[in-house]
Every structure is written in structure tokens, then in C-alpha cells.
Design a protein. Structure first.
Length: 277
């Protein structure tokens, strides 16, 4: 793993963008788990949903608000905003205006749609850290790179890698900032060791070729989906007043999110104790 890329001035929030042109990779789920992990450590967090039409992150947060009202558990909430391309085409200025309202936050977590759009491109262009989850599948890897079926090695970068390169250029042109690109191997299965080894080799090869870092270890766990209706995450289970029984999978999930925090260069937040609610 290469050295961490420095974030912009500490007087501004760190902008963490979850992006991938393929849907179903777990962007919204990981965005929510990360946002709550930061909230639970006392950070002021804003979340922006750039896919308001599907609105997975927005619904997750709405479910969280309803859970708090229903149970009386005062779970921490991010400042949330949802943007969409209708009824007019939202461009970079609209996102810039939204971000201007987050100046007092410590972090801004942005969820982008699983397809290319002007709004999604704008979101990528503001990233201090770009997080691209990919399922442990050659189908998901194809979005980032084309694989030679005979030699089983990287043939050439794909369209999304080119899009990220353009976003890096846009970021540098706008404020001379830099983007740290982190690819997360998500929803790792317990079986199929041959596929895991192939994916690990190909992702590592591609990382050296086009310049991203790799974060591993987010396994396929029911907990990452089962808490959606209550708007909760693995981190919440350590702080809720009813102290729900923590299964081993819950403990493992919390550790995976902590590992992700470290991989994203946010390790200092781990030194802050969880906020008791």
C-alpha cells in the first residue's frame, strides 16, 4: 500500500465520495456505516445523496430518524441533503452550493449513482478521498479494467478508470487539490478461494498501473443489510441503550469498518471513544 495522500486544509471538511459506475456494489451501505462510525466518535458529519431518484442513502437516514422517534434512542444524525437531476439539470455549481453549507463539518460523505451523469462527475471532482467498492467478481472489475481471458491479466483500464483520471484533473485545476483513490474489495465470500486469489492479484496489478490503494476485508454479512429498516449500523450496536446482543458477526463487522476508517486515512478518529447515547 502506497503512502497516504494528504487531505486539504484541516479548516475544511474532508470530502469522502463513494463512487462506481456499476450499481449493487454496496456504495450506499458503506457510506452510511462510515458516516455513523464518524458520528459515534463525536465528529460533525454531513451526507449528500447524489442519487435522489433511487435514494438508498436518503431512505437509510430517514429510517434512522424514524427509529429514534419510535424508540426514544437519540442516535446521532448527519446533516443530510439529497440532489437530483430533475426537474432541471443540476451542474457543478449546485453541488458547490450544497458543499458550502457543510463548512463547519469535520467530514462530508457523498453517495453517487451507479451510472455516469453530470452530477456524479461533479461529485467525483470534489473528492479528497474516492472510495470505489467492487464485489469480488470479474464482472465488477470490468468496470475498472478489461481482463485478458487467456492470460488472466490486466489488458487495459476501463471507462470508469478514465473517468476518475478526469476527476483528478478537474480537482487539481479547480483548487490544486489531490484525490486519494481507494478501491474496497467488498462482499467477500467465505468460499471460492481460487476466485479470491485471482481477484487479489488482478486488483493489485491494476493498483500499481493506474494509482489507487486497496482496502480489503469487507465480507458478505447479513448485518450490513438487516439493520437498514431501522437505519442502524454495526457501530450503533455498541452504543444503543438496549444493548442488543452482539453476535460474533456484529463484532467482526465493526472491526471491518474500523479497518476501513484506517484505510481512508481517518485513523485519528479511532482514538476518540464511541459516543454513548
Amino acid at each position: 500500500m502506497s503512502a497516504m495522500t494528504s487531505f486539504r486544509a484541516p479548516t475544511k471538511p474532508r470530502v469522502i465520495v463513494f463512487g462506481n459506475e456499476k450499481g449493487g456494489t454496496g456504495k450506499s451501505t458503506l457510506a452510511m456505516h462510515l458516516a455513523v462510525a464518524l458520528l459515534n466518535r463525536g465528529m460533525k458529519v454531513a451526507t449528500i445523496d447524489l442519487d435522489a431518484r433511487q435514494g438508498t442513502l436518503s431512505r437509510y437516514i430517514a429510517n434512522r430518524r424514524l427509529f429514534a422517534e419510535r424508540t426514544g434512542n437519540p442516535v446521532p444524525m448527519p446533516e443530510h441533503l439529497a440532489l437530483d437531476t430533475s426537474p432541471h439539470q443540476i451542474v457543478e455549481q449546485d453541488l458547490a452550493t450544497a458543499l458550502s453549507h457543510t463548512a463547519r463539518c469535520d467530514a462530508v460523505v457523498i453517495d453517487t449513482p451507479g451510472y455516469d451523469s453530470a452530477l456524479s462527475q461533479a461529485g467525483h471532482g470534489y473528492a479528497d478521498v474516492l472510495v470505489t467498492p467492487i464485489n469480488d467478481s470479474l464482472i465488477d472489475l470490468d468496470v475498472i479494467a478489461h481482463v485478458d481471458p487467456h492470460k488472466q491479466n490486466i489488458n487495459r483500464p476501463s471507462h470508469y478508470a478514465e473517468r476518475v483520471w478526469k476527476a483528478k484533473q478537474a480537482r487539481a485545476k479547480r483548487d490544486r487539490g489531490s484525490m486519494d483513490w481507494v478501491v474496497v474489495r467488498n462482499r467477500l465470500g467465505q468460499l471460492d478461494a481460487r476466485n479470491k486469489k485471482l481477484m487479489a492479484r488482478l486488483v493489485a496489478e491494476l493498483a500499481k498501473r493506474i494509482g489507487f490503494r486497496v482496502a480489503e476485508g469487507i465480507h458478505e454479512r447479513v448485518i450490513y443489510r438487516e439493520l437498514f429498516l431501522d437505519g442502524l449500523t454495526a457501530e450503533d450496536l455498541a452504543t444503543l441503550s438496549d444493548r442488543r446482543e452482539a453476535a460474533m458477526s456484529h463484532v467482526a463487522a465493526r472491526q471491518e469498518i474500523r479497518n476501513l476508517i484506517r484505510a481512508l486515512g481517518l485513523a485519528e478518529t479511532l482514538e476518540t471513544p464511541l459516543v454513548s447515547t
